[in-house]
Design a protein around this ligand. Structure first.
Ligand code: COA
Length: 168
């Protein structure tokens, strides 16, 4: 398995993995399937966008998007990670997420954060394994298919923010 930056030629496989994740209803409030062109647009975002590949096969992807337009939060990135259903449970997700954190730190981010559905056992285990902290539960954060969903806020400090306490 290789971890490398995503390219436009990966878009078809990435969108298939993402749309499968949408259909499963455990990872995101999004319900509209995306197109490969929309994935190509993600390549223009500031944050890192990585894939795990086995030869020509994309096993999963992880990316950082903007958390906020406020300047003070420029170092906070919102991350996502999706692994193809065939490739789950083989450390693809944890390898991708650790690589994403390293790439985000190198790009100047001081924190990655995301909201995980409280019922998403796999994602909560993945985040625990990769050094994220669950900092709170957002109750009834939004509705999916007409039902309220609780989300768990996770975060991982990077670089200067991670090292701040020990510097005191
Ligand atoms: C969440 C997801 C990315 C995990 O990817 P993965 O490649 O299967 O994860 P890994 O193999 O690296 O496993 C990481 C840890 O999670 C645990 N884990 C993985 N799937 C699990 C499951 N279904 N139930 C319980 N624990 C699970 C693993 O055991 C491992 O912990 P361990 O090493 O202590 O045993 C994958 O299940 C997925 O793509 N799900 C759909 C999309 C999604 O939910 N994305 C996250 C949005 S917040």
């Amino acid at each position: 398995m290789t971890i490398r930056p995503a390219t436009a030629t990966d878009a078809q496989q990435i969108v298939a993995i993402y749309n499968h994740g949408i259909a499963e209803r455990q990872a995101t409030f999004e319900t509209r399937p995306r197109t490969p062109d929309e994935v190509v647009d993600w390549l223009d975002a500031r944050g890192p966008f990585l894939v795990a590949a086995d030869g020509d096969t994309i096993l999963g992807f992880a990316r950082v998007s903007a958390y906020s337009t406020r300047e003070a939060y420029a170092g906070v990135g919102e991350h996502t990670v999706y692994v193809s259903s065939d490739a789950r449970g083989r450390s693809v997700g944890s390898t991708l997420l650790n690589a994403l954190a390293d790439a985000a730190e190198q790009a100047g981010y001081h924190k990655l954060t995301s909201r995980v559905f409280a019922t998403n056992t796999a994602s909560r285990a993945l985040h625990h394994k990769t050094g994220f902290t669950e900092v709170g539960i957002q109750r009834r954060h939004a509705k999916l298919d007409g039902r309220w969903v609780d989300t768990v806020l996770v975060e991982r400090l990077l670089g200067e923010a991670r090292d701040y306490d020990s510097a005191l």
